[in-house]
Design a protein. Structure first.
Lengths: 467, 431
């Protein structure tokens, strides 16, 4: 056994240093695409243990890849250079609420949905709601800057973080930010760490911002015979003095897939479906509901459906949640993207997707958070089919180019990870990317934390096939 | 790549898993064993790795053997992964690979080839236990700690066994019970091995409830073990053999229902069609058989023939059998029946769907792991402070009895079968 692993066993209790092949394989993947075998999996339970592992890794120059529940869609926790997977999911889960401050302190292993659940007991809410919130850890959400449908009104994870406790790449423990809503002391390291995908530090604690929980919600479903009309109706709504909490889009292929998978009574003949959620005071909702109905009629909607009961509304949102598993039935491999465009460009982006789909003869469907321009184009394929995967690579590449040409970005909420790294320069420019790299190099002089992510390696291209 | 191994391992089915991780919070062993290796997603991935030659069957052994098979993961899986099929295929491959240790194999061979299918053996178990209990031997051996020297922690299980009926009483059971008035339904009773040997009175009560509900009850004497434990241990051939014998035994007459009161047996019985190739004669016979299989709670709700007379002033919590809930998908009927009992207060514990750790013979062969799961369960049980834990499967019942003892709560809490609680309420025919 390697010397450094022997030493790991001396600083971390042996049963939390995993070296069996079965254990290593179990931490070789996430919910994205690839698999990479680590040499060892370490499960720290204190910040000191976390710091000790990083100090050791620096001495031996061993890469360390932090991981939460492994629900990442961009390959964030994959140990692409072997070494250590730092499994933070077994860290003791603690939630300390301060209702009168509207803040909460959490440890990294807390499941995101549990924060909201605890807040709701005090009439408060934690707004970010990624669809994996009941499985994903807050540590992972912070590292990846996760979003969710409510991002339209409330923003993504970074908009709800007041302070962090972080183990630096060299194994020191620091605090960033604080507990107050206003805080302009120095450079904002909190925002620097959030969304840095585990390359600048390991988050071991966070102070998050809570909001008053809206007393009521109202769901509407609107259908269109043209995708363009749906896009225009979204812009029209948002410029009419109404800010819905969610505006979710599904194209016809997604609706058809859901109806085949678990029939929910969605209209399969519509070209586009938008599901809207309004939140606020019940009286306000009555007015806003009527206004939206008028707007949608003016914009040529086929139909506006208003669920009569909470159960009916829940059924619609359940159907929306089923899109992801339902489309996985079309073909076994799902390459899930989250390229995001300015809201007004959604119809143009949809047109470009159609062209790409035909050009490369691949299966592409689109759904997602249309209200904030964050679509999820998904390519359905079979990773055992090498020839098809080569076409998929080209199609995905062109999707990124299309999003950037329309003034958008590579990732709205999933992160860059491994797959999108080759396109970073395209979005940021040579100098922009270099400035980012300089930050990384000064924080992590030995390149210990999560190498192989965010920045492309020399000549790196998007590779989805294995010969 | 080894294509034979891929075929044996349900390799194709592993691709239905998109590795979203939604199964993690539902998995008891992921919670107690604290690593992805002991989660459904981890196990499915390992099956894939073995099929692709990246890991060996030996690597697969522990993670698969430590799975409870509670199937909670299948109720939350967004892509409907056939975890049960993947798990059984892995167990079969491990069994064939001789991965199991020799003593374990000897025990299994005896248990599965001789013991469970044999009424004689099962009755003998019941008789021996009765003799042991009624002769005073129990007290003597407990005092001197004799049973503590038995392997596999048997002493802890035997301490919680119920009182046994005498061999004479066992023998006096009729093969057919006919109600005097015209019957509303014709019901065949599937007795189960453990239920009939260890919980004989509960079986008698089950038939009594059916009779009072207005049904004619038939007790086919050629029936045998359901084969669940065999299948869960990778003994595919033996479980197919037992399935055939049961299908034949219940084909003698036509029935409206084939009733059982053991969640685990019922789950196996409804899965008989999976054992045979589609289009074959056996497949259609198995399908016809499975279509009539119902849990006692469902049948009592269907027949709706009982009026509960006696108040049962108790506070109970309901611990669903995993195989009743997750495989047979029976969730409402047991609760609906309990709600009908006058005087009874039903309090739902936190996470009733979390397995108790019994899981067939899991608690015997994986004692430590099973007790870790049980301790989590008992915390949730104690959270509602009931005086009764109601369940509907013999394994769960024994395990919950053990849980009560481990908590030191024997003086204020007991575990009971749903059927026995219903009988306490003195049910009478409605008409």
């Amino acid at each position: 056994m390697d010397e450094w692993i022997e030493e790991l066993r001396r600083i971390i209790p042996e049963k939390r240093v995993l070296t069996d092949l079965a254990d290593r394989h179990s931490y070789s993947f996430d919910a994205s695409f690839d698999e990479h075998l680590p040499d060892v999996v370490v499960q720290p339970k204190t910040k000191q243990e976390t710091a000790d592992v990083l100090k050791l890794a620096n001495r031996y120059r061993i890469p360390v890849h932090p991981r939460g529940s492994g629900t990442c869609l961009s390959g964030g926790p994959l140990p692409v250079h072997g070494g250590i997977v730092l499994d933070m999911s077994q860290y003791p889960a603690e939630i300390h609420l301060r209702p009168r401050d509207l803040t909460v302190d959490v440890t990294p292993s807390v499941l995101t949905a549990n924060i909201n659940k605890a807040a709701e007991e005090h009439g408060l809410m934690y707004a970010p709601d990624p669809s994996s919130a009941h499985v994903a850890t807050i540590g992972g959400n912070l590292a990846e800057n996760s979003g969710g449908p409510r991002g339209l009104k409330y923003g993504v994870t970074k908009d709800h973080v007041l302070g962090l406790e972080v183990v630096t790449p060299e194994g020191e423990i620091i605090r960033t930010g604080g507990r107050t809503i206003k805080n302009v002391t120095g450079i904002d390291l909190t925002k620097l760490i959030v969304g840095s995908e585990g390359i600048l530090g390991v988050i071991v604690g966070a102070t998050l911002k809570l909001m008053p929980k809206p007393p009521a919600v109202q769901t509407l479903m609107v259908t269109f015979d043209e995708v363009r009309k749906a896009g225009e109706a979204i812009s029209q709504t948002l410029t009419s003095g109404i800010l819905p909490s969610k505006m979710e889009f599904m194209d016809q292929a997604c609706v058809t897939a859901v109806e085949k998978f678990q029939p929910a009574g969605l209209p399969v003949d519509a070209a586009a479906v938008i599901i809207i959620e309004l939140d606020g005071h019940p009286e306000t909702l009555k007015v806003e509901k009527r206004l939206i109905e008028e707007i949608m009629e003016d914009m040529g909607a086929l139909d506006v459906i208003i669920p009569k009961t909470n159960e009916e509304a829940a059924k619609l949102w359940h159907a929306r949640k089923q899109v992801s598993p339902a489309i996985a039935k079309i073909k076994p491999t799902k390459v899930s993207e989250d390229a995001t465009v300015p809201r007004s460009k959604i119809p143009d982006f949809m047109d470009r997707l159609q062209i790409i789909k035909e050009k490369y003869d691949v299966e592409v469907v689109a759904f997602g958070h249309a209200g904030d321009g964050n679509l999820h184009p998904n390519v359905l394929c079979d990773k055992r089919d090498v020839e098809e995967m080569k076409r998929v690579e080209k199609a995905v590449e062109e999707m990124f180019e299309a999003a950037l040409e329309l003034g958008g970005t590579l990732s709205g909420e999933h992160g860059i990870g491994t797959m999108k790294a080759p396109f970073m320069e395209l979005e940021l420019g040579e100098v922009g990317l270099d400035m980012m790299k300089r930050i990384k190099e000064s924080w992590d002089p030995n390149g210990i934390l999560n190498p192989g992510k965010v920045f492309p390696e020399k000549g790196q291209k998007l590779v989805l096939h294995h010969e | 790549m080894n294509s034979l191994l891929q075929e044996q391992l349900s390799y194709d089915k592993t691709f239905d898993c998109v590795q979203c991780g939604y199964c993690l919070p539902a998995c008891p062993t992921y919670e107690t064993m604290e690593r992805e290796t002991h989660s459904p997603r981890g196990r499915i991935n390992l099956v894939k790795m073995v099929a692709e030659g990246k890991a060996s069957v030996e690597d697969l052994k522990e993670p698969i053997e430590k799975c409870l098979g509670c199937m909670a993961c299948t109720t939350v899986c967004p892509t409907n992964v056939q975890y049960g099929e993947i798990l059984e295929s892995a167990k079969h491959v491990i069994d064939e690979h001789e991965g199991k240790s020799r003593p374990r194999k000897l025990v299994e061979n005896f248990m599965f080839q001789r013991f469970f299918p044999s009424t004689a053996w099962m009755d003998s178990l019941g008789h021996a236990t009765w003799l042991y209990q009624s002769s005073g031997l129990k007290k003597v051996s407990q005092r001197f700690g004799l049973t503590k020297r038995a392997p596999l922690h048997i002493h802890e299980f035997e301490a919680v066994l119920p009182e046994m009926p005498s061999p004479k009483r066992r023998k006096s059971r009729a093969g057919r019970y006919v109600r005097k008035r015209p019957a509303t339904a014709k019901v065949a009773f599937f007795k189960g091995c453990i239920m009939d040997s260890v919980f004989y009175e509960t079986n008698q009560n089950t038939m009594e409830l059916l009779l009072r509900s207005g049904a004619e009850v038939v007790f086919p004497d050629q029936q045998t073990c359901c084969g669940a434990l065999h299948a869960h241990s990778g003994k595919v051939d033996a479980s197919v053999e037992l399935a055939k014998r049961n299908i034949e035994a219940f084909e003698e007459e036509s029935f409206d229902y084939i009733v059982n009161n053991a969640g685990g047996c019922g789950a196996r019985l409804i899965e008989y069609p999976h054992l045979f190739e589609k289009g074959t004669d056996w497949h259609s016979r198995a399908s016809a058989f499975a279509a009539n299989v119902k849990d006692i709670s469902e049948v009592l709700v269907d027949l709706d023939g009982l009026r509960f007379e006696q108040s049962v002033p108790r506070t109970v919590t309901y611990q669903p059998s995993c195989h009743l809930r997750n495989v047979q998908k029976v969730t409402d009927a047991p609760v609906a029946l309990l709600e009908k009992v006058p005087g009874l207060t039903l309090k739902q514990m936190d996470r009733p769907e979390f397995c108790c750790g019994s899981a067939g013979i899991y608690n015997i062969v994986n004692y430590e792991e099973a007790m870790d799961v049980l301790d989590v369960k008992m915390q949730d049980v104690c959270g509602v402070d009931p005086d009764g834990i109601v369940t509907s499967n013999p394994g769960c019942l024994l395990q919950m009895k053990l849980g009560v003892v481990r908590e030191g709560a024997g003086d204020r809490m007991e575990a009971v079968h749903l059927v026995d609680v219903l009988m306490e309420a003195d049910p009478q025919p409605k008409t």
